[in-house]
Design a protein around this ligand. Structure first.
Ligand code: KG4
Ligand code: ZN
Length: 332
């Protein structure tokens, strides 16, 4: 079965053709990130305008790369949220138009469920369920128990800043100017030779029984540390990264033990973080869990995992529903 997936939840316009949920035949992606770098943050209106410009060329390009035509596609899929509303409606309008014009069914996909399926596409080994999933992105930090496809239980999440947001804000207060400085902070941290600050920052909620996280206090503690200490920026970055990663890993492993799963899945932009990947791999191996981490291009936003998620969660909208519901559920 060929599914054409469309993703436009933020500043990326993406389309992909995926076969049977596991094999990517072709994918295309345009981003307006360069424009947001100039302003230091995403301006929703600008992101939405770029979505309008890019959506048709991106869909055409992905079909060409996959070597298929629209007639070959069995079903359509589109991200319906969460995300920036002005961006989301562009993808939803495009997907609805294609569904109405071709008569093909349309599957609405939740963006966060999409992130989970980065571990299914072109993977050497497919994850065994049940699994505990850690989704860490710029907007979300969630621990989810995945009992089966379509059977997810929310275990906990951030009470304030998302993990990626904490990385980005900490990068800024350490003087790292780059927009979305999370990855850059990690680069800077790798330059710290001897970390004299080890253990100086709190590990928020690390021993709490719940599966929630809190990163805003950690960010404030870095600010204080930066004011009080004359240590290298690289070691402050190292200590922040260590603290954040330690909490994420410890709570993920504890959830996996408590719920008796064999597999752990990682997803979201912060899953690109080397420390997090390595530390979670080490602790997963020690605990006897199989860890599944997507390649970097399937950690950040794309349409490949949207098409895959649609295959494994085929709750279709009929043509009547598509015609009648202008939002397809994005306003829920
Ligand atoms: O999933 P994503 O691409 O977009 C959202 O849906 O939010 O995640 C982007 C987030 C940003 O906060 C970015 O700084 C962070 O992921 N990020 C990283 C790294 N690469 C991306 N954070 C820490 N270390 C990295 N290597
Ligand atoms: Zn995302």
């Amino acid at each position: 079965m060929l599914i054409l997936g469309i993703e436009t939840s933020c500043d990326e316009t993406a389309a992909a053709v995926v076969e049977d949920g596991v094999k990517c035949l072709g994918s295309s992606l345009a981003t307006s990130r360069e424009l947001h770098e100039k302003t230091g943050g995403v301006i929703p209106e600008i992101a939405a305008r770029k979505q309008v410009e890019s959506i048709v060329p991106v869909i055409e390009d992905c079909l060409e790369k996959a070597g298929v035509s629209l007639e070959d596609i069995d079903k359509l899929a589109v991200t319906v949220g969460p995300g920036l509303i002005g961006s989301l409606v562009v993808g939803v309008a495009a997907a609805k138009s294609l569904a109405l014009a071709t008569g093909k069914p349309l599957i609405p996909v939740n963006h966060l469920v999409g992130h989970i399926y980065g571990s299914w596409v072109d993977a050497e080994v497919l994850p065994e369920l049940p699994a505990v999933v850690l989704i860490v992105s710029g907007g979300h930090t969630d621990l989810v128990l995945m009992k089966n496809h379509g059977d997810l239980e929310y275990l906990g999440g951030t009470l304030d800043d998302a993990a990626g947001e904490a990385f980005d804000k900490t990068a800024r207060l350490l003087g790292i100017k780059k927009y979305l400085g999370g990855a850059e902070l990690s680069e800077v941290a790798s330059e710290c030779k001897v970390n004299d600050l080890a253990g100086k920052l709190p590990r928020p909620k690390i021993n709490d029984e719940d599966f929630d996280f809190s990163f805003s206090g950690l960010k404030t503690a870095v600010k204080r540390l930066a004011e009080e200490s004359d240590e290298d920026v690289s070691c402050m970055a190292r200590e922040f990264e260590d603290a954040a990663v330690e909490v994420l890993v410890k709570k993920t492993i504890r959830a996996s033990e408590q719920y008796g799963v064999r597999s752990i899945l990682l997803g979201g932009g912060v899953a690109a973080n080397k420390e997090l990947r390595e530390s979670l791999q080490k602790e997963s191996s020690a605990g006897g869990f199989a860890l599944h981490v997507p390649p970097i291009h399937l950690c950040t936003d794309n349409a490949i995992y949207i098409a895959s998620a649609a295959f494994f969660n085929q709750v279709e909208k009929s043509l009547e529903e598509i015609a009648a519901d202008p939002s397809l559920g994005i306003m829920d």
